[in-house]
Design a protein around this ligand. Structure first.
Ligand code: GLA
Length: 648
């Protein structure tokens, strides 16, 4: 039995849920979320949980518990994937976001195991598995909370959440399982569309997963982009689970979305050394290929079959292909990455790939795509390779610069030099995977990303887009590697950490990075007086430009929460920051507290106007000896909350 419970999750709970990494510095906070499944086993019932495979025994027990008097124990597991499972077919809708939480503890005497939360989805007899919470170490000594989020991107006729181990078959307890529906914030409809802002320069797009063709993500993509790329759906490991099998389920969803919305599609990617299944490089006996003439011919033939099938299928829809991805290694004497394609076939894999795509779809634009093309040694390698291939009449139409940047590197000047260099080849260029990490190394890890860094990111977006715009005759498209900060590969690469590299935040709202592209917030340049030369010796200053308005963007407080004693009063400073980091002056800020909280704290002056630094200071005094209170600060549509704890 599951409980339908509408809750208005406020304060820490809400924010912890919406911003799992603690990003609190934006005004965009959804108002409510709903717990749709809650299993505590307190009625002695398994509440729908059952053995997943059949050997397992699932029973309610009072032997241990996370809260209340009961939990659910699973014993007799034979396989790692055996465990308790719950049918959620009628609970989870396609496209919506759900947070999943469960407490887990191993049964007495069991040795530490990695436990994960998974979901099995089936459609018309075909099963697929997604991980909701990655394998997490659990012991028999304490309860561990496993939490994660899930969005279903596909049609299903069977959907079951289950708890499993990734090694061993330990018996374990679960308790206090919840599924919470997360209400999405609407996208901002009244801001300029990037595709309009950039219309005079290049087309603009994003890489996306099938689930992002639904809901608010789809709306954001429809509003801002006129090109899309499949993030993973057109890679070998998705399209070719085995040599005899093509699976177009995911790629078809992306292509259909583009067609429905009149968007162009970049195909990514036909040959790469990563995300390519092992069978591709195994000989006919299933052994790893050695570089022999037979294996070369077998591998090129597999490549040809793959390209003919995929390009033929999408020739009316995909107008550009990343034919070969990441072939360069600037540390090799011949500049070519010594991947398995190269080891078995030499450079022929590159030449064959381009020639076959051209033959199957003579109209498609064919790209060679690589990263770090702004690094001088690497771009020289790429330049020389493409130059040689063009000399051999290999049909290459363009250079793809992945352009995974960060808030310091590469500089605008390095990008400028790079584009200029390749312009000399007389072929097209595209920015194919743009994003901008907030880190400049592989080790730093923030729990929140400061406003200052996000502003810097906005400046860097502007710097880079200014350079790209200057090269509008050389660059035909700019693609972001992701729709919004809620789904970026940089959250797990090079390490697991909070990263926010895209123009839209985790709630799909425009960031400083977005405004860096749109450019509207930037302070006008300081006017330089122009001196008219003789015979008139008077200096004529040019007319001062009209200052651009500082549009309110976010509200921050200092401190963000506080402890206060009855013996003293404290000041909270509230600052309103505009797009691009300008301080919003003259804005009315209101402080609100609930009626019960009014008995605990007092605010001297509840409404103030921001001063020259965009800030207003509120004096708070505690009335009682102990207790908690919340103060909500509002300025126009922006609001934020400060938790006050009264201590003796
Ligand atoms: C490379 C690939 C992309 C993608 C990114 C990271 O740049 O070309 O397909 O996998 O890495 O997500």
């Amino acid at each position: 039995m599951s409980t339908q419970l509408k809750v208005f999750m406020k304060g820490v709970l809400l924010l912890g849920c919406l911003f799992p990494f603690g990003l609190l510095n934006h005004h965009a906070v959804a108002d409510d979320s709903t717990i749709i499944v809650q299993n505590d086993f307190e009625d002695g019932d398994t509440q729908g949980w059952e053995p997943r495979i059949g050997d397992e025994v699932v029973s309610v027990t009072s032997a241990d518990l996370h809260s209340g008097n009961y939990s659910l124990l699973t014993t007799n597991r034979v396989n790692e994937y055996d465990g308790p499972s719950l049918n959620v077919l009628s609970k989870i809708d396609k496209g919506s976001k759900y947070d999943i939480s469960v407490w887990v503890k191993l049964a007495p005497g069991e040795t530490t195991s990695n436990v994960q939360v998974s979901i099995e989805r089936q459609f018309q007899g075909t099963a697929n598995y997604d991980t909701i919470v990655d394998a997490t170490s659990v012991t028999a000594n304490e309860w561990v909370n496993l939490t994660g989020s899930y969005r279903l991107g596909f049609d299903v006729d069977f959907l079951s959440i289950y708890i499993e181990t990734t090694s061993g078959t330990a018996s374990f307890y679960i308790d206090d399982f919840t599924i919470t529906f997360i209400s999405p914030l609407p996208i901002q409809k009244d801001i300029p569309s990037l595709k309009d802002v950039l219309a005079d320069y290049f087309t603009v797009g994003a890489a996306l997963d099938p689930v992002e063709t639904l809901g608010v993500h789809a709306e954001l993509v429809q509003k801002h982009y006129n090109v899309i790329v499949a993030g993973d759906a057109m890679k070998w490991d998705t399209l070719r689970p085995s040599e005899s099998q093509f699976d177009f389920t995911q790629s078809d969803i992306i292509v259909q979305f583009a067609k429905d919305n009149d968007m162009a599609i970049r195909g990514h990617t036909l040959v790469w050394h990563e995300q390519t299944p092992d069978w591709v490089f195994q000989d006919e006996n299933g052994n790893e290929m050695q570089p022999t003439p037979e294996n070369k011919s077998l591998l090129l033939q597999r490549l040809e079959t793959h390209i003919r099938t995929v390009v033929e299928r999408y020739k009316d829809d995909v107008d550009t292909w990343d034919v070969v991805n990441e072939p360069i290694d600037e540390n090799e004497p011949n500049c070519l990455r010594q991947n398995l394609w190269y080891q078995i076939t030499g450079i022929d894999y590159i030449i064959t790939a381009f020639r076959i795509v051209r033959e199957v779809d003579p109209d498609a634009k064919l790209f060679i795509n690589d990263y770090d093309t702004t690094v001088s040694s690497k771009r020289t390698c790429l330049y020389n390779l493409v130059h040689d291939l063009l000399d051999q009449d290999v049909p290459i139409d363009g250079i793809g610069h992945q352009m995974h940047t960060n808030i310091e590197s590469p500089t605008g000047a390095e990008i400028d030099e790079t584009i200029q260099l390749f312009a000399d080849l007389g072929i097209d260029q595209q920015i194919t995977e743009f994003d901008m990490s907030v880190y400049t190394n592989d080790t730093d890890k923030y729990t929140t990303v400061s406003e200052e860094i996000l502003i810097k990111q906005g400046d860097r977006y502007k710097e880079i887009f200014d350079v790209l715009k200057q090269h509008k005759d050389d660059i035909s498209t700019v693609i972001f590697w992701g729709v919004a900060d809620d789904n970026t590969w940089l959250k797990t690469f090079p390490i697991t950490r909070l990263d926010l590299p895209l123009p839209f935040d985790e709630q799909l709202q425009a960031k400083h990075a977005y405004w860096g592209i749109v450019d509207s917030w930037l302070p006008s340049p300081t006017p330089t007086p122009t001196v008219t030369p003789s015979p008139t010796p008077t200096a004529t200053p040019s007319a001062p430009p009209t200052p651009k308005p500082c549009i309110p963007y976010s509200i921050v407080t200092d401190p963000t929460e506080l402890e206060i004693s009855t013996k003293e009063s404290t000041t909270i400073t509230v600052t309103i920051i505009g797009k691009g980091g300008c301080p919003v002056t003259g804005q009315i800020v209101k402080a609100k507290i609930g009626s019960e909280d009014k008995e605990r704290i007092k605010i001297k002056q509840k409404e103030q106007i921001t001063g020259t630094n965009g800030e207003a200071a509120f004096k708070i005094t505690a009335k009682k000896m102990t207790g908690n209170a919340n103060i909500t600060f509002k300025a126009g549509d922006l609001k934020t909350k400060v938790k006050v704890k009264i201590v003796n």
